[in-house]
Ligand binder design. Structure first.
Ligand code: PLP
Length: 394
């Protein structure tokens, strides 16, 4: 390896270790569920986005197996040459109907969908207005786009309005926001964002990755929760979380929008189509969500029970409505130490520190699932309380 490169990466990795922020590469040895086998140990899983427990649902697994039998592992083609099976087209239609849009386009991931929308639609005379805490893939989409960028402080609609007022001469103006913010667990105020978009003739893009299957009475996301269905121009999201967890992303919107992206969105055009097994799993997960809204309620009940337990322990929580329940710890090494001590005790969760979140706001990023039983939740709360006391966090 190049000597200078070796020196650079070697020094950086050494500094992660010194600062206590070096991340272990865990090995998952079972399917995702309330309890999993991780690094040879049974642990309660509080660190993945299997919100509805569908990643290991027998119906989802069976659909994926049948798709492999019928279509093989994949079409070995990009979507727009010959990669799309009838299953892909069925998922496009079913998802669009579920989300109240005319059409949908499937991407390899939501990350590529976000980049494909922002870069695919905006030219240099356009402006993208993006929340400061939007997901990294939106940040990347803004970076590669030729448009002017205006980053507004988290949910600061005064600043957003100021930018909209100042950019009246621009071409397209695109407001892009996470529906649920992935590190905070809070939601974008879509009702007020829609009002601003209407007032200033801007278009709206909402990333529903952590909201689909989680928020709204029937799991249709932040858009349902705020009652703005039909008023958001573009929805993006993932199949890698509530809808079976296998990965893959989408863009939903009007027929013309989808047709345009089909011809112009680079991250759609220049990459392989989603594997049929992934598409079949997502289709079945979508059917389950449509037929059983009780699953969304179970997730909500679990989230509420967990939040009440953390409040009782005396730890500080962020978020509120979504299944992302960040527990503020403070300094990054403390959060990492607490997460690894909890794993030893049998509870796995993610720790997030600087520079992903501001200094002093390192956190345990708990993600609740409908797959967790009352026992799993009680056990986790006991371990969190014991570890927090042991490390002097409460
Ligand atoms: C808000 C948000 N958007 C997009 C993504 C990426 O989704 P995918 O894994 O499908 O690329 C994530 C992943 O965590 C996310 O939190």
């Amino acid at each position: 390896m190049n000597r200078e490169l070796q020196e650079f990466v070697g020094k950086e990795v050494a500094s992660f270790k010194e600062q206590g922020t070096y991340r272990t590469k865990h090995v998952l040895q079972s399917e995702q569920a309330g309890r999993v086998l991780l690094d040879g140990k049974r642990v309660v899983m509080l660190g993945c986005s299997n919100y509805l427990g569908l990643a290991s649902d027998p119906r989802v697994k069976e659909a994926a197996k049948q798709a492999v039998d019928k279509y093989g592992c994949g079409a070995a083609s990009v979507s727009e040459v010959c990669g799309l099976t009838d299953l892909h087209h069925e998922l496009r239609g079913r998802l669009a109907r579920f989300l109240g849009t005319e059409d949908a386009l499937l991407y390899p991931s939501c990350s590529t969908a976000n980049a494909g929308v922002i870069d695919g639609l905006l030219r240099k005379e356009d402006v993208v207005l993006s929340d400061q805490l939007n997901h990294a893939s939106i940040v990347d989409g803004c970076r590669i786009s030729a448009a002017d960028k205006k980053i507004y402080p988290h949910k600061d609609l005064g600043r957003l309005e100021g930018y909209l007022r100042d950019t009246g001469e621009a071409g397209l103006r695109m407001i892009v926001t996470d529906g649920v913010f992935s590190m905070e667990g809070d939601t974008a105020p879509l009702d007020r964002i829609v009002e601003l978009a209407r007032k200033y003739s801007a278009l709206t893009v909402v990333d529903e990755s952590h909201a689909l299957g989680v928020l709204g009475k029937t799991g249709r996301g932040t858009i349902e929760q705020y009652g703005v269905g039909g008023e958001i121009d573009i929805q993006t999201g993932t199949f890698g979380k509530a809808l079976g967890g296998a990965g893959g992303g989408y863009v939903c919107g009007s027929q013309d929008l989808v047709d345009y992206l089909y011809h112009r969105s680079r991250s759609f055009i220049f990459t392989n189509a989603l594997p049929p097994a992934t598409v079949a799993g997502a289709l079945t997960a979508l059917s389950i969500l449509e037929e059983d809204p009780g699953l969304v309620q179970r997730l909500r009940d679990n989230t509420q029970a967990f939040r009440e337990g953390i409040d009782t322990i005396g730890l500080k929580l962020l978020g509120g409505e979504s299944a992302i329940t960040p527990i503020i710890i403070g300094e990054t090494p403390e959060a990492y130490a607490m997460a690894s001590s909890l794993t030893e005790d049998g509870v796995f969760l993610g720790a997030v520190g600087y520079p992903v979140v501001p200094k002093g706001e390192a956190r345990l990023r708990v993600q609740i699932s409908a797959a967790l039983t009352e026992d799993d939740l009680d056990f986790s709360l006991e371990c969190i309380e014991r570890t927090a006391k042991k490390l002097g966090v409460v």
